[in-house]
Design a protein around this ligand. Structure first.
Ligand SMILES: Cc1cc2nc3c(=O)[nH]c(=O)nc-3n(C[C@H](O)[C@H](O)[C@H](O)COP(=O)(O)O)c2cc1C
Length: 365
Protein backbone atom coordinates (compact mmCIF):
# COMPACT_ATOMS: atom_id res chain seq x y z
CA UNK A 1 0.00 0.00 0.00
CA UNK A 2 1.23 3.46 -0.88
CA UNK A 3 1.32 6.33 1.61
CA UNK A 4 -1.76 8.40 0.75
CA UNK A 5 -1.38 11.01 3.47
CA UNK A 6 -0.60 14.59 2.48
CA UNK A 7 0.23 17.75 4.39
CA UNK A 8 -1.28 21.07 3.36
CA UNK A 9 -0.40 24.29 5.19
CA UNK A 10 0.66 22.25 8.21
CA UNK A 11 -2.52 20.13 8.29
CA UNK A 12 -2.19 16.36 7.86
CA UNK A 13 -4.87 14.65 5.73
CA UNK A 14 -5.15 10.84 5.89
CA UNK A 15 -5.69 10.76 2.13
CA UNK A 16 -5.88 13.54 -0.49
CA UNK A 17 -9.60 13.12 -1.33
CA UNK A 18 -12.18 15.37 0.33
CA UNK A 19 -15.63 16.75 -0.41
CA UNK A 20 -15.99 20.13 -2.14
CA UNK A 21 -18.42 22.70 -0.77
CA UNK A 22 -21.87 21.72 -2.05
CA UNK A 23 -24.82 19.42 -1.36
CA UNK A 24 -22.69 16.46 -0.15
CA UNK A 25 -21.74 18.64 2.87
CA UNK A 26 -24.95 20.62 3.22
CA UNK A 27 -25.25 20.01 7.00
CA UNK A 28 -23.55 18.22 9.89
CA UNK A 29 -25.11 14.81 9.20
CA UNK A 30 -24.12 14.95 5.53
CA UNK A 31 -20.55 15.82 6.54
CA UNK A 32 -20.48 12.77 8.83
CA UNK A 33 -21.53 10.61 5.88
CA UNK A 34 -18.55 11.94 3.87
CA UNK A 35 -16.23 10.97 6.75
CA UNK A 36 -17.77 7.48 6.87
CA UNK A 37 -17.41 7.28 3.08
CA UNK A 38 -13.63 7.50 3.32
CA UNK A 39 -12.81 11.19 2.86
CA UNK A 40 -9.33 12.17 4.05
CA UNK A 41 -10.54 15.61 5.17
CA UNK A 42 -13.80 17.53 5.31
CA UNK A 43 -15.14 20.77 3.87
CA UNK A 44 -18.46 22.35 4.84
CA UNK A 45 -21.00 24.02 2.51
CA UNK A 46 -20.32 27.74 2.09
CA UNK A 47 -22.16 29.85 4.62
CA UNK A 48 -22.68 33.58 4.56
CA UNK A 49 -24.18 36.09 6.96
CA UNK A 50 -27.71 35.13 5.88
CA UNK A 51 -29.34 31.98 4.51
CA UNK A 52 -29.52 31.68 0.72
CA UNK A 53 -32.81 31.43 -1.16
CA UNK A 54 -31.91 29.90 -4.52
CA UNK A 55 -34.35 29.73 -7.44
CA UNK A 56 -35.98 26.38 -8.19
CA UNK A 57 -35.37 24.05 -9.89
CA UNK A 58 -31.65 24.49 -9.29
CA UNK A 59 -29.78 21.28 -10.19
CA UNK A 60 -29.85 19.23 -13.42
CA UNK A 61 -27.74 16.36 -14.66
CA UNK A 62 -26.63 16.79 -18.28
CA UNK A 63 -24.37 14.58 -20.42
CA UNK A 64 -20.86 14.66 -18.95
CA UNK A 65 -21.74 16.86 -16.02
CA UNK A 66 -24.21 18.90 -14.09
CA UNK A 67 -25.57 22.44 -14.13
CA UNK A 68 -26.72 24.16 -10.98
CA UNK A 69 -27.89 27.48 -9.76
CA UNK A 70 -27.61 26.78 -6.05
CA UNK A 71 -26.17 29.60 -4.02
CA UNK A 72 -24.56 29.22 -0.61
CA UNK A 73 -26.10 27.38 2.37
CA UNK A 74 -29.84 27.62 2.79
CA UNK A 75 -29.31 27.24 6.54
CA UNK A 76 -28.75 30.41 8.56
CA UNK A 77 -25.22 30.82 9.97
CA UNK A 78 -26.56 30.52 13.54
CA UNK A 79 -27.71 26.95 12.83
CA UNK A 80 -24.25 26.01 11.61
CA UNK A 81 -22.57 27.64 14.59
CA UNK A 82 -25.02 26.25 17.18
CA UNK A 83 -25.49 22.78 15.74
CA UNK A 84 -24.04 21.64 12.40
CA UNK A 85 -20.30 22.30 12.92
CA UNK A 86 -20.34 20.59 16.31
CA UNK A 87 -21.84 17.49 14.67
CA UNK A 88 -19.15 17.56 12.00
CA UNK A 89 -16.26 17.96 14.46
CA UNK A 90 -15.15 14.92 16.36
CA UNK A 91 -14.57 12.73 13.30
CA UNK A 92 -10.82 13.13 13.80
CA UNK A 93 -10.60 14.52 10.26
CA UNK A 94 -9.56 18.11 9.60
CA UNK A 95 -12.52 20.38 8.84
CA UNK A 96 -12.18 23.23 6.32
CA UNK A 97 -15.01 25.70 6.88
CA UNK A 98 -16.17 27.45 3.69
CA UNK A 99 -17.17 31.10 4.10
CA UNK A 100 -18.45 33.82 1.77
CA UNK A 101 -18.19 36.56 0.62
CA UNK A 102 -17.31 40.19 1.41
CA UNK A 103 -14.72 41.33 3.95
CA UNK A 104 -17.61 42.43 6.21
CA UNK A 105 -19.22 38.98 5.96
CA UNK A 106 -15.92 37.27 6.76
CA UNK A 107 -15.15 39.62 9.66
CA UNK A 108 -18.54 38.78 11.16
CA UNK A 109 -18.40 35.00 10.58
CA UNK A 110 -14.75 34.12 11.17
CA UNK A 111 -14.57 34.54 14.98
CA UNK A 112 -17.80 32.54 15.39
CA UNK A 113 -16.69 29.53 13.34
CA UNK A 114 -13.15 29.51 14.76
CA UNK A 115 -13.82 26.80 17.43
CA UNK A 116 -14.71 24.30 14.71
CA UNK A 117 -12.28 25.16 11.90
CA UNK A 118 -8.90 23.58 11.16
CA UNK A 119 -8.78 25.91 8.15
CA UNK A 120 -11.15 28.14 6.22
CA UNK A 121 -11.87 28.35 2.52
CA UNK A 122 -13.08 31.71 1.19
CA UNK A 123 -15.40 31.50 -1.80
CA UNK A 124 -14.87 34.32 -4.29
CA UNK A 125 -17.89 33.30 -6.38
CA UNK A 126 -20.03 36.39 -5.87
CA UNK A 127 -17.52 39.19 -5.32
CA UNK A 128 -16.75 40.11 -8.93
CA UNK A 129 -13.60 39.92 -10.99
CA UNK A 130 -11.56 42.68 -9.36
CA UNK A 131 -8.97 41.46 -6.90
CA UNK A 132 -9.87 44.16 -4.34
CA UNK A 133 -12.79 42.43 -2.60
CA UNK A 134 -10.89 39.11 -2.52
CA UNK A 135 -7.84 40.78 -0.98
CA UNK A 136 -10.05 42.49 1.60
CA UNK A 137 -11.77 39.19 2.45
CA UNK A 138 -8.38 37.49 2.93
CA UNK A 139 -7.30 40.38 5.16
CA UNK A 140 -10.45 40.02 7.27
CA UNK A 141 -9.94 36.26 7.64
CA UNK A 142 -6.25 36.60 8.51
CA UNK A 143 -7.04 39.30 11.09
CA UNK A 144 -9.67 37.14 12.83
CA UNK A 145 -8.14 33.66 12.58
CA UNK A 146 -5.02 31.72 13.51
CA UNK A 147 -5.77 28.82 11.15
CA UNK A 148 -4.80 28.53 7.46
CA UNK A 149 -6.87 30.60 5.04
CA UNK A 150 -7.47 29.03 1.63
CA UNK A 151 -9.03 30.95 -1.26
CA UNK A 152 -11.33 29.22 -3.73
CA UNK A 153 -11.14 30.72 -7.20
CA UNK A 154 -13.94 30.71 -9.74
CA UNK A 155 -13.04 30.28 -13.44
CA UNK A 156 -14.40 33.70 -14.35
CA UNK A 157 -13.09 35.90 -17.11
CA UNK A 158 -10.41 37.23 -14.83
CA UNK A 159 -7.00 35.81 -15.24
CA UNK A 160 -6.72 32.94 -12.74
CA UNK A 161 -2.95 33.04 -12.33
CA UNK A 162 -2.98 36.71 -11.47
CA UNK A 163 -5.80 36.15 -8.97
CA UNK A 164 -3.84 33.33 -7.32
CA UNK A 165 -0.70 35.47 -7.16
CA UNK A 166 -2.67 38.33 -5.62
CA UNK A 167 -4.21 35.95 -3.08
CA UNK A 168 -0.74 34.68 -2.15
CA UNK A 169 0.59 38.22 -1.69
CA UNK A 170 -2.47 39.04 0.44
CA UNK A 171 -1.54 36.21 2.80
CA UNK A 172 -3.56 33.21 1.57
CA UNK A 173 -2.15 29.88 2.75
CA UNK A 174 -3.49 27.86 -0.19
CA UNK A 175 -5.61 28.04 -3.35
CA UNK A 176 -8.62 25.86 -4.10
CA UNK A 177 -9.28 25.69 -7.85
CA UNK A 178 -11.81 25.70 -9.39
CA UNK A 179 -15.42 26.52 -8.64
CA UNK A 180 -18.06 25.61 -11.23
CA UNK A 181 -17.89 27.38 -14.63
CA UNK A 182 -20.48 29.72 -16.01
CA UNK A 183 -22.87 31.08 -16.68
CA UNK A 184 -23.99 28.23 -18.95
CA UNK A 185 -27.40 27.27 -20.31
CA UNK A 186 -28.99 23.81 -20.67
CA UNK A 187 -32.42 23.51 -22.32
CA UNK A 188 -34.87 20.63 -22.06
CA UNK A 189 -36.24 20.12 -25.62
CA UNK A 190 -39.30 18.34 -24.20
CA UNK A 191 -40.51 21.31 -22.19
CA UNK A 192 -38.76 24.02 -24.23
CA UNK A 193 -37.66 25.43 -20.88
CA UNK A 194 -34.22 25.76 -19.33
CA UNK A 195 -33.69 22.99 -16.79
CA UNK A 196 -32.91 25.62 -14.17
CA UNK A 197 -35.06 28.34 -12.67
CA UNK A 198 -34.13 31.97 -12.14
CA UNK A 199 -34.73 34.91 -14.46
CA UNK A 200 -32.58 33.56 -17.31
CA UNK A 201 -32.25 29.83 -16.57
CA UNK A 202 -28.47 30.15 -16.41
CA UNK A 203 -26.40 27.82 -14.28
CA UNK A 204 -22.88 26.70 -13.45
CA UNK A 205 -21.17 23.69 -14.98
CA UNK A 206 -19.49 20.95 -12.92
CA UNK A 207 -18.46 17.31 -13.29
CA UNK A 208 -16.36 15.56 -15.97
CA UNK A 209 -16.98 18.32 -18.57
CA UNK A 210 -15.19 20.73 -16.24
CA UNK A 211 -12.09 18.59 -15.67
CA UNK A 212 -9.81 19.80 -18.49
CA UNK A 213 -10.44 23.43 -17.52
CA UNK A 214 -9.81 22.63 -13.85
CA UNK A 215 -6.60 20.78 -14.64
CA UNK A 216 -5.34 23.63 -16.80
CA UNK A 217 -6.09 26.15 -14.04
CA UNK A 218 -4.45 23.97 -11.37
CA UNK A 219 -1.29 23.56 -13.43
CA UNK A 220 -1.02 27.26 -14.28
CA UNK A 221 -1.59 28.27 -10.66
CA UNK A 222 0.75 25.63 -9.21
CA UNK A 223 3.52 26.87 -11.51
CA UNK A 224 2.97 30.47 -10.42
CA UNK A 225 2.56 30.38 -6.62
CA UNK A 226 4.48 28.88 -3.70
CA UNK A 227 1.42 27.98 -1.62
CA UNK A 228 -0.37 24.62 -2.01
CA UNK A 229 -3.20 24.12 -4.49
CA UNK A 230 -6.24 21.88 -3.95
CA UNK A 231 -7.69 20.71 -7.29
CA UNK A 232 -11.47 20.57 -7.87
CA UNK A 233 -13.46 19.84 -11.01
CA UNK A 234 -14.60 16.56 -12.52
CA UNK A 235 -12.81 14.21 -10.15
CA UNK A 236 -14.73 10.94 -9.85
CA UNK A 237 -12.09 8.23 -10.22
CA UNK A 238 -8.61 7.53 -8.91
CA UNK A 239 -7.15 8.35 -12.31
CA UNK A 240 -8.68 11.86 -12.16
CA UNK A 241 -6.93 12.40 -8.83
CA UNK A 242 -3.66 11.18 -10.42
CA UNK A 243 -4.02 13.82 -13.14
CA UNK A 244 -4.85 16.60 -10.64
CA UNK A 245 -1.84 15.74 -8.47
CA UNK A 246 0.42 15.54 -11.53
CA UNK A 247 -0.85 18.99 -12.55
CA UNK A 248 0.41 20.32 -9.21
CA UNK A 249 -2.44 19.81 -6.73
CA UNK A 250 -1.65 18.64 -3.20
CA UNK A 251 -5.14 17.15 -2.78
CA UNK A 252 -8.49 16.98 -4.58
CA UNK A 253 -12.06 17.90 -3.76
CA UNK A 254 -15.15 16.18 -5.16
CA UNK A 255 -18.73 17.46 -5.45
CA UNK A 256 -20.63 16.22 -8.53
CA UNK A 257 -19.43 12.60 -8.31
CA UNK A 258 -20.42 12.48 -4.62
CA UNK A 259 -23.88 13.84 -5.50
CA UNK A 260 -24.41 11.22 -8.20
CA UNK A 261 -22.75 8.23 -6.55
CA UNK A 262 -22.96 8.92 -2.82
CA UNK A 263 -20.36 9.60 -0.13
CA UNK A 264 -18.64 6.22 -0.63
CA UNK A 265 -17.03 7.80 -3.69
CA UNK A 266 -14.32 9.45 -1.54
CA UNK A 267 -13.00 6.10 -0.29
CA UNK A 268 -13.39 4.61 -3.78
CA UNK A 269 -11.26 7.36 -5.34
CA UNK A 270 -8.64 6.99 -2.59
CA UNK A 271 -8.48 3.20 -3.09
CA UNK A 272 -8.19 3.56 -6.86
CA UNK A 273 -5.42 6.12 -6.37
CA UNK A 274 -3.65 3.70 -4.02
CA UNK A 275 -3.88 0.86 -6.56
CA UNK A 276 -2.59 3.13 -9.35
CA UNK A 277 0.38 4.22 -7.22
CA UNK A 278 1.23 0.58 -6.41
CA UNK A 279 0.93 -0.52 -10.02
CA UNK A 280 3.14 2.33 -11.23
CA UNK A 281 5.83 2.03 -8.57
CA UNK A 282 5.14 5.17 -6.53
CA UNK A 283 5.46 4.96 -2.75
CA UNK A 284 3.26 7.96 -1.96
CA UNK A 285 0.57 10.24 -3.37
CA UNK A 286 2.72 13.27 -2.55
CA UNK A 287 5.33 12.07 -5.08
CA UNK A 288 2.91 12.76 -7.95
CA UNK A 289 2.63 16.46 -7.23
CA UNK A 290 3.63 18.53 -10.25
CA UNK A 291 5.11 15.62 -12.24
CA UNK A 292 3.35 16.85 -15.39
CA UNK A 293 4.65 20.38 -15.05
CA UNK A 294 7.92 20.50 -17.02
CA UNK A 295 7.64 21.68 -20.62
CA UNK A 296 7.08 18.95 -23.21
CA UNK A 297 10.46 17.71 -24.52
CA UNK A 298 11.15 18.37 -28.21
CA UNK A 299 11.70 14.65 -28.83
CA UNK A 300 8.22 13.91 -27.49
CA UNK A 301 6.58 16.57 -29.63
CA UNK A 302 8.41 15.17 -32.65
CA UNK A 303 7.16 11.62 -32.01
CA UNK A 304 4.66 9.45 -33.87
CA UNK A 305 1.83 6.97 -33.18
CA UNK A 306 2.84 3.29 -33.16
CA UNK A 307 0.46 0.31 -33.07
CA UNK A 308 1.21 -2.56 -30.69
CA UNK A 309 0.13 -5.79 -32.38
CA UNK A 310 -0.96 -7.69 -29.28
CA UNK A 311 -3.70 -5.43 -27.92
CA UNK A 312 -4.94 -4.23 -31.37
CA UNK A 313 -8.05 -6.18 -32.45
CA UNK A 314 -8.65 -4.30 -35.70
CA UNK A 315 -11.86 -2.72 -34.39
CA UNK A 316 -11.54 0.22 -36.82
CA UNK A 317 -12.26 2.97 -34.25
CA UNK A 318 -8.93 4.67 -35.02
CA UNK A 319 -9.15 4.25 -38.81
CA UNK A 320 -12.70 5.62 -39.09
CA UNK A 321 -11.80 8.68 -36.98
CA UNK A 322 -8.41 9.48 -38.54
CA UNK A 323 -8.81 12.97 -40.10
CA UNK A 324 -5.97 12.23 -42.58
CA UNK A 325 -7.10 8.78 -43.85
CA UNK A 326 -3.74 7.52 -42.68
CA UNK A 327 -4.93 4.32 -40.97
CA UNK A 328 -6.20 1.15 -42.56
CA UNK A 329 -7.21 -2.09 -40.85
CA UNK A 330 -5.43 -4.97 -42.58
CA UNK A 331 -6.16 -8.51 -41.33
CA UNK A 332 -7.45 -7.27 -37.97
CA UNK A 333 -4.52 -4.94 -37.39
CA UNK A 334 -4.43 -1.13 -37.65
CA UNK A 335 -1.66 -0.06 -40.01
CA UNK A 336 -0.54 3.57 -39.98
CA UNK A 337 0.75 5.13 -43.20
CA UNK A 338 3.31 7.52 -41.71
CA UNK A 339 3.63 9.39 -45.00
CA UNK A 340 -0.04 10.43 -44.72
CA UNK A 341 -0.09 10.69 -40.91
CA UNK A 342 -0.04 14.34 -39.74
CA UNK A 343 0.96 13.37 -36.17
CA UNK A 344 -2.29 14.77 -34.78
CA UNK A 345 -2.36 12.06 -32.11
CA UNK A 346 -6.13 11.45 -32.13
CA UNK A 347 -5.74 7.69 -32.69
CA UNK A 348 -3.77 7.33 -29.42
CA UNK A 349 -6.70 8.43 -27.29
CA UNK A 350 -9.38 7.04 -29.65
CA UNK A 351 -8.11 3.47 -29.12
CA UNK A 352 -10.04 1.84 -26.28
CA UNK A 353 -7.44 -0.92 -25.82
CA UNK A 354 -4.31 1.17 -25.33
CA UNK A 355 -2.94 -0.39 -28.52
CA UNK A 356 -1.64 2.86 -30.04
CA UNK A 357 1.14 4.68 -28.25
CA UNK A 358 2.83 7.97 -28.92
CA UNK A 359 6.50 7.10 -29.28
CA UNK A 360 9.01 9.95 -28.96
CA UNK A 361 11.57 10.56 -31.67
CA UNK A 362 14.70 8.41 -31.27
CA UNK A 363 17.56 10.50 -29.95
CA UNK A 364 20.13 11.16 -32.68
CA UNK A 365 23.26 9.12 -31.91
C1 LIG B 1 -25.11 21.85 -6.59
C2 LIG B 1 -23.77 22.48 -6.31
C3 LIG B 1 -23.62 23.37 -5.26
C4 LIG B 1 -22.37 23.98 -5.00
N1 LIG B 1 -22.24 24.82 -3.93
C5 LIG B 1 -21.02 25.38 -3.67
C6 LIG B 1 -20.83 26.21 -2.53
O1 LIG B 1 -21.72 26.42 -1.71
N2 LIG B 1 -19.60 26.77 -2.35
C7 LIG B 1 -18.56 26.54 -3.22
O2 LIG B 1 -17.46 27.07 -3.01
N3 LIG B 1 -18.72 25.74 -4.30
C8 LIG B 1 -19.91 25.16 -4.53
N4 LIG B 1 -20.05 24.32 -5.61
C9 LIG B 1 -18.90 24.07 -6.49
C10 LIG B 1 -18.16 22.79 -6.09
O3 LIG B 1 -17.61 22.90 -4.79
C11 LIG B 1 -17.01 22.49 -7.08
O4 LIG B 1 -16.08 23.55 -7.06
C12 LIG B 1 -17.49 22.30 -8.51
O5 LIG B 1 -18.74 21.67 -8.54
C13 LIG B 1 -16.49 21.48 -9.33
O6 LIG B 1 -16.24 20.23 -8.75
P1 LIG B 1 -17.01 18.87 -9.23
O7 LIG B 1 -16.81 18.76 -10.70
O8 LIG B 1 -16.37 17.78 -8.42
O9 LIG B 1 -18.45 19.06 -8.89
C14 LIG B 1 -21.28 23.68 -5.85
C15 LIG B 1 -21.43 22.78 -6.90
C16 LIG B 1 -22.65 22.16 -7.14
C17 LIG B 1 -22.76 21.18 -8.27
Amino acid sequence: MANLSVEIAGIRFANPVMPAAGPPVRDGKAILRCAAGGAGGLVSKTISTRAATPPTPNIAEIPHGMVNTELWSELPPEQWIDHEYALASGTGLPLIVSLGYSAEDIASLAPRIRPFADAVELSTHYIGEDAGPMIAAIGAAKAALDVPVFVKLSPLGREMVRAAEEAEVAGADGIVAINSFGPVLAIDPKTRMPYLGGSDGYGWLSGPALKPLAIRCVRDIARAVHIPVIGVGGVGHGIDAVEMLMAGASAVQVCTAAMLHGPGVFGKIARELDTWLDEHGYASAAELRGLANPAMPAAWAAGKPVVAEGPCNGCDLCASACPYDAIEVVEKLAVIDLAACARCGLCVTRCRRGAIEWVPEEPVA
